[in-house]
Design a protein around this ligand. Structure first.
Ligand SMILES: *[C@@H]1O[C@H](CO)[C@@H](O)[C@H](O)[C@H]1NC(C)=O
Ligand SMILES: *[C@@H]1O[C@H](CO)[C@@H](O)[C@H](O)[C@H]1NC(C)=O
Ligand SMILES: *[C@@H]1O[C@H](CO)[C@@H](O)[C@H](O)[C@H]1NC(C)=O
Ligand SMILES: *[C@@H]1O[C@H](CO)[C@@H](O)[C@H](O)[C@H]1NC(C)=O
Ligand SMILES: *[C@@H]1O[C@H](CO)[C@@H](O)[C@H](O)[C@H]1NC(C)=O
Length: 291
């Protein structure tokens, strides 16, 4: 079994919340009701984070679990039922003979996750914008989310538009927007073209997070991933300097460049996202997909 692609397709959006790490919201023992601690304010016990839903048993570490084979409640949709998957990512259409990879479900050891309810999710997204940012792994998470939601929306009430690097799905009756923004390094780079980005000579501009991030400000829920593009084993070319004429290009190890990128992301989030109104998720290292 190709576990990488199975994860790619079945690590669906209902699961995404649970395999990622938030920037804020310190206590992860109960993701649904987390007390926000603000240093200079009165402690507000059990204040709900935005978009926190329901309750689960306290003390359940949702990260402690395993993938279980579940051929009853999975898959949650068939590939051919969803018109919004990138053609090149369609395993069945390309003749993949096995189907078992679609049946995996994340099962925490000490509790069960609520099953995905598209209507409920759409209600939560009413009037909101959810933006997935990053590379093809998050593009896959975006597709999964759209596929999970779109089934319960009639044809006339949904739309899908591409304004590269943005991919925008709208649930009109909910005034909800679910988007993907291609920025594999988050910073400005020579790989920013969604269609022509497979360059071996990767060049990233230091201090350029705003080039892309200015388009994420309207997000109520932001899901960011970046990882594999930094880690080729080769050094990256980093452009630094104040302005034209004063720029220099240096070679940097992947790890150092990645650290630089993450610091810029965290700085941007702290400056631009309000933890009382928005949620920011960071997808950590993930298995890649075969393409
Ligand atoms: C499982 O949950 C119970 C309470 O629901 C808690 O007492 C216990 O510590 C938890 N165990 C683990 C390993 O998370
Ligand atoms: C995970 O949960 C199991 C069962 O509740 C427990 O025995 C184990 O110690 C937990 N592992 C970690 C790393 O918390
Ligand atoms: C589901 O999986 C189990 C265990 O692999 C198998 O015994 C059973 O026949 C499967 N059921 C269906 C409907 O595929
Ligand atoms: C899904 O959520 C909707 C809206 O909250 C609710 O009315 C419905 O009963 C839920 N369906 C299931 C199967 O839980
Ligand atoms: C739709 O949502 C946007 C935010 O995404 C908001 O600015 C706008 O007022 C909403 N429109 C309606 C008709 O609710």
């Amino acid at each position: 079994m190709e576990f990488s692609s199975s994860l790619y397709f079945i690590a669906l959006s209902s699961v995404i919340i649970f395999v990622i790490t938030t920037f804020y919201g310190k206590n992860f023992t109960n993701i649904f009701e987390i007390s926000i601690q603000q240093p200079h304010q009165q402690k507000q016990e059990n204040e709900k984070l935005p978009f926190a839903v329901g309750k689960t048993e306290k003390e359940c570490d949702i990260f402690n679990g395993s993938w279980v084979y579940d051929n009853i409640s999975r898959p949650m949709f068939e590939e051919h039922e969803c018109p919004f998957i990138e053609k090149k990512m369609m395993c069945q259409a390309h003749g993949r003979p096995d189907k078992g990879y679609q049946h995996w479900r994340w099962q925490p050891h000490n509790c069960s996750l609520p099953s995905f309810n598209a209507t409920f999710m759409l209600e939560k997204l009413r009037g909101k914008t959810m933006i997935f940012v990053g590379d093809s792994l998050n593009r896959g998470q975006f597709s999964s989310m759209v596929c999970l939601l779109q089934r319960s929306i009639p044809q006339h009430a949904k739309s899908f538009e591409i304004h590269e690097p943005r991919f925008i799905f709208k649930a009109k009756e909910y005034n909800a927007s679910i988007e993907f923004y291609w920025a594999p390094f988050l910073l400005e780079s020579n790989c920013d073209n969604f269609y022509y980005h497979r360059l071996s000579d990767r060049t990233v501009r230091k201090g350029s997070i705003n080039v892309h991030a200015q388009h994420w400000k309207e997000a109520d829920i932001l899901v960011v991933d970046t990882y594999i593009w930094w880690m080729t084993g080769l050094k990256l070319k980093i452009i630094q300097g104040k302005g034209k004429g004063e720029e220099e290009m240096i070679n940097m190890e992947g790890e150092d460049a990645y650290r630089m990128g993450l610091k810029e992301l965290v700085g941007w989030v702290e400056k631009n996202m309000d933890p009382r109104k928005t949620r920011v998720f960071f997808v950590t290292m993930s298995p890649s997909h075969p393409m």
